[in-house]
Design a protein around this ligand. Structure first.
Ligand code: NAP
Length: 246
């Protein structure tokens, strides 16, 4: 690892140790992608003072290490077109207050223009866009929804795209961003806030060279969720709660 990266990581950690850490309490929260990375760290923290449904893919090894009566795990591959009725009804009847759509796939290494295929793209869209959409729908039907938090990526920003490439991932996150903005406008009348958050450069399975730990990123996401600032609903936010250009 380069010296600059080591220094950056140390500085982030030091700043984090000194920063204010907000808590969320007594909420019902659905979190996807919670078997690893940021989703797992969000779950570890939130399950202490809230009731959580954690949605994982087939592998639940990470989440199974958390022993807490506030935690229920649903195993569901989000890549498929139609979810089973029992999965949908578990979410509705849970009556979530907060949904955190964290699951995503980066897609194949090969994402050159000339090799793009709609079938492959559809599977990635199912995980990165249609699942956040559908899970938000089921949660809304539970009638206690207060916040939707879509974990997006700066790579979905059109104005910040200076390098190109990574079509499947970029496009899926751009659609998620656009959806978040639209949903925020629609759900304003229901007093439901929608936040679209870039979690930073985070060292996880998806990004082995990330700068921040998943624990630090998760705490910063919790800080934003705990504020639940209606003025920021429908904005694209970085991890410190500042707006990013779409
Ligand atoms: N790490 C970064 O630097 C970074 C930067 C920008 C944005 N993000 C975003 O942050 C979020 C969390 O990612 P991460 O960095 O924590 O990476 P991660 O550890 O790879 O987490 C992604 C999670 O999504 C789940 N997932 C993927 N495909 C799925 C499927 N078909 N069905 C159900 N679950 C599925 C994965 O489960 P399985 O592995 O078991 O399939 C995994 O637990 C993602 O939305 C990502 O786009 C991350």
């Amino acid at each position: 690892m380069g010296l600059i990266k080591v220094i950056n990581r140390t500085l982030i950690k030091m700043r984090h140790n000194l920063s204010k850490k907000s808590k969320i309490k007594n909420k019902k929260i659905v979190i996807t992608g919670s078997n690893s990375g940021i989703g797992l760290e969000l779950t570890k923290e939130l399950v202490n003072d809230n009731v959580v449904i954690s949605i994982t893919n087939e592998n639940s090894n990470g989440i199974n290490k958390i022993k807490n009566n506030n935690l229920q795990t649903l195993s569901q591959n989000l890549e498929i077109d139609d979810f089973p009725e029992d999965f949908i009804s578990e979410i509705k009847k849970f009556k979530p207050n907060i949904v955190i759509n964290c699951a995503a796939t980066f897609g194949p290494k090969e994402q050159n223009f000339i090799k793009l295929e709609s079938q492959k793209f559809n599977k990635i869209l199912n995980v990165n866009f249609f699942s956040p959409l559908k899970i938000s729908q089921y949660a809304f039907l539970g009638e206690h929804l207060n916040q939707v938090v879509n974990i997006s990526s700066e790579m979905g920003s059109i104005s910040r795209n200076k390098k190109g490439g990574f079509y499947y991932y970029r496009l899926s996150k751009t659609i998620l961003n656009s959806f978040s903005k639209n949903l925020a406008l629609e759900l304003k009348q229901n007093n439901i806030n929608v936040f679209c958050i870039h979690p930073g450069s985070v060292k996880t399975k998806m990004n082995s060279s990330g700068l921040m730990s998943a624990e630090v990123s998760a705490q910063k996401i919790i800080n934003i969720i705990s504020k639940n600032d209606a003025a920021l609903s429908g904005e694209f936010l970085n991890i410190n709660g500042d707006t990013i250009k779409w």
